[in-house]
Design a protein around this ligand. Structure first.
Ligand code: NAP
Length: 290
């Protein structure tokens, strides 16, 4: 397959592209090369590259600043996705789009299936839900892949942040009252590859396996323990958590674990255990407690 990947400089795309390249031709386009908010450019690029499928990794992903920049968040995550969907529909190719656990409000307290109703608590979640809706209004053939707590290449993710803070401070406050299912971008990439090769269109959840979920606090303890760093991870609630910006952080769902059972049934994708994925990630970076 010829696959066009948008937002190609982002964390997920950087791991996804080599995985796709194992058996496909890949055309990566960064924001500089194709800004998805520019409709004409999107249509022109998709027509001239003539891919068999587009995978949209482009997104506005800063959950906290989205509260103040709601126009920008909707421009990219809503209208930008609409532009990509319109272009794909015009040339009659499917779109695979990446979305988020933050479309849910967290009140279910059990893993969310793709059939549960979305009800985002923050602007980022609302804007991502807008993108999902445009795809469903415009297209017949699409994959929407919701995921959670991504970590992968680069330093801008929870695992790398905890490692850095634990080395610098030896005591790090982490919240206990948000439960999620952290996911390695490498595993998500494998899941996306399997999905787009299946032809089983629809909405799917792909995360690593954390059972009924893990709090960021327990996850941080797991990270420092596996990395062999001596640091105190101190429990905090979201309320008391110190804000790093001028304004309080955006509201987040207290429980946003995604149920991946339908993905297993449809495309035989079985998520890797969170601990195993984390161990592999750390050892790829030469970090271990052994
Ligand atoms: N990270 C997570 O924990 C997480 C959790 C659940 C779901 N997701 C979803 O997973 C997907 C990938 O996330 P990620 O963590 O890889 O995000 P990321 O590292 O922020 O990558 C997003 C990429 O999109 C680019 N971009 C932004 N606006 C664009 C535009 N108008 N046109 C084209 N490209 C644009 C960004 O460029 P600039 O950096 O230059 O702006 C960046 O390279 C997103 O859809 C996100 O919503 C992420």
């Amino acid at each position: 397959m010829k696959i066009l990947v948008t937002g190609s400089a982002g964390m997920l795309a950087r791991d996804l592209i080599p995985v796709l390249k194992e058996s496909n031709e890949v055309m990566p386009l960064s924001k500089k090369e194709m800004d998805i908010t520019q409709k004409d450019a999107v249509i022109k690029n998709i027509k001239s590259n003539a891919p068999d499928i587009v995978i949209n990794c482009a997104a506005y992903t800063n959950v906290d600043t989205a509260e103040e920049e709601s126009d920008r968040a909707f421009q990219v995550n809503g209208i930008g996705v609409q532009n990509v969907a319109v272009a794909c529909a015009e040339v009659q190719i499917p779109l695979c789009h990446v979305s988020t656990d933050y479309v849910f409000d967290g009140r279910k307290n059990k893993p969310y299936t793709p059939f549960d109703a979305a009800n985002p608590l923050n602007i980022y979640g609302e804007s991502k839900l807008a993108g999902e809706k445009y795809i469903q209004w415009i297209m017949n053939k699409f994959y929407i892949v919701r995921t959670s707590g991504l970590y992968g290449s680069g330093r801008n993710n929870f695992v790398m942040t905890i490692l850095k803070l634990a080395k610098e401070r030896r005591a790090v406050k982490v919240i206990t009252d948000q439960i999620c299912s952290p996911t390695s971008t490498l595993n998500l990439s494998t899941g996306i590859k399997k999905l787009i090769e299946s032809g089983s269109f629809g909405i799917y959840h792909i995360t690593d396996d954390s059972g009924d979920g893990i709090s960021w606090f327990d996850y941080a303890r797991e990270i420092v323990s596996m990395a062999g760093i001596r640091a105190d991870i101190i429990p905090a609630t979201s309320e008391e958590f110190p804000s790093t910006s001028r304004r309080p952080p955006a509201k987040r769902p207290a429980y946003s674990v995604l149920d991946t059972e339908i993905t297993r049934l449809a495309v035989n994708y079985t998520p890797e255990k969170r601990e195993v994925a984390l161990k592999k990630f750390l050892s790829r970076r030469g970090i271990s407690n052994e």
